[in-house]
Design a protein around this ligand. Sequence first.
Ligand code: ACO
Length: 323
Amino acid sequence: MIRSVVRGIGSALPRRIMKNTDFEGVLETSDEWIAQRTGIRQRHIASDDETTASLGEAAARAALDNAGLTPADIDLIVLATSTPNNTFPATAVEIQNRLGMHHGFAFDMQAVCSGFVYAVATADLYIRGGLARRVLVIGSETFSRILDWTDRSTCVLFGDGAGALILEAQEGEGTIADRGVLAASLRSDGVHKDKLYVDGGPSTTGTVGLLRMEGREVFKHAVGMITDVIEATFSQAGITAEDLDWFVPHQANKRIIDASARKLGIADEKVVVTVNLHGNTSAASVPLALAVAVADGRVKKGDLVLLEAMGGGFTWGAVLLRW
Ligand code: ACO
């Protein structure tokens, strides 16, 4: 059977680093409060010349270099983002143009922090359905542009960045030993839409709006939703937590990551954590974390890797793949 195998990975971060201490004196907060509650120490913040499209393009170029491919080799670009450059056209199309790619097709996916997991699962279907042979899957965000910088309960949590994977059709045996995407589970439930949302939009206020979150409410649901969707993915693949080599969760909060891993029985040393460095970069967080763990030699060819995310909507999901 056809499998969607990872051929390359890349990432890009804005030049400017903002440390927790940079908030002190501006807002009533402290490095200690932020680090204790979230694990975040710093985040990257886009300058005026850095956008979701430019960061996405940089991550895409890094992934192409990593794969030894050029834009001519790509059939489809799927961009996961909630902070597009414009309401339309899709920022994926802008990235396609920036890459000098005038064949194939490109579209955006919007599932907030779960966007990258949704995009990988979608790209896998395009590949297995024979509609694309190589897909560039990008998560790119500039959440700094939709933050209320006077609200200490949200603005300290998020950062900007981008990550990209190239998935390629390869022949597999149809077993769990295959490389590539092996299982995926996606969920959403709009009953939770008021717990994490942006208070504007083209069809309502005619403005872009700012992020609003009931953090404690999100926290309350997060661990249960994450562990349920991961257990569904394990049973689809016929594996247990012990079979995993790496767990690459959405990087929103170290306490949510730790509690989820503990509940699932995933050992600490198998969990990739970058929330300390990047903050919550929404759809970019999983590929950014993955890129770090690949670059430092932790994730190697043949490793069994679990990706997971949960975000606004709520949306949540997991993807199991063999590197
Ligand atoms: N500095 C200092 N004090 C603060 C800050 C801050 N930055 N932010 C809030 N506080 C205060 C609050 O005002 C509150 O004060 P009060 O008790 O006098 O009212 C107190 O700290 C406790 O606030 P809580 O919200 O109860 O703090 P909690 O321990 O729940 O931590 C946090 C807050 C970090 C937001 C946590 O709830 C959380 O991580 N929630 C999940 C958020 C999340 O994962 N979101 C991303 C989902 S992904 C996506 O789709 C974007």
